[in-house]
Design a protein around this ligand. Structure first.
Ligand code: SF4
Ligand code: SF4
Length: 147
């Protein structure tokens, strides 16, 4: 937020960080500054400058336009939070890996999962997801080569 020369970013009452595409000059500073890679240049035809105005996840909370207006939808997609819904990705996630809502409730759900399922390599599927399986195959391959 601090790097933006045109002060595009703001925070809603719910703590969601949003940006104003009308103010964005496409300088790209936020693209390099954000440790989470949230701001991304759109792929479509550039509306401004060479790369266009910056885009980012809105947490499905719209933008500065009138809530649930056509203008808001066109620039920022559905304002699902204003409709009393969860962000679409959290709603659609089949394993509920993505959660959204009150931070304390989300933290409790994750705490309960850790207590029930454990952490790190003891969790089922950890190797497949994080490469432990690959290392195991390499070790087996080496062992086979030695015999
Ligand atoms: S690309 Fe846009 S939102 Fe990002 S820092 Fe520059 S003016 Fe601000
Ligand atoms: S669906 Fe998820 S990733 Fe996409 S804007 Fe909504 S909250 Fe962000």
């Amino acid at each position: 937020m601090a790097v933006c020369p045109t002060d595009c970013f703001y925070k809603t009452e719910d703590g969601v960080v949003l940006h104003d595409k009308d103010k964005c000059i496409g300088c790209g500073y936020c693209f390099y500054a954000c440790p989470f890679g949230a701001p991304q240049f759109p792929n479509g035809p550039a509306a401004f400058g060479a790369r266009g105005k910056m885009d980012k996840c809105t947490f499905c909370a719209g933008g500065p336009e009138e809530t649930n207006s056509a203008a808001e939808y066109e620039k920022y997609g559905s304002n699902r939070l204003a409709q009393g819904k969860l962000p679409l990705c959290a709603e659609m996630c089949s394993t509920k890996a993505l959660l959204a809502g009150d931070a304390n409730v989300v933290a409790d759900i994750f705490r309960e999962r850790v207590l029930r399922r454990g952490t790190g390599a003891e969790v089922w599927g950890w190797d497949a997801a994080y490469g432990g399986g690959e290392r195991k195959r390499e070790r087996e391959h080496k062992r086979e080569g030695q015999s």
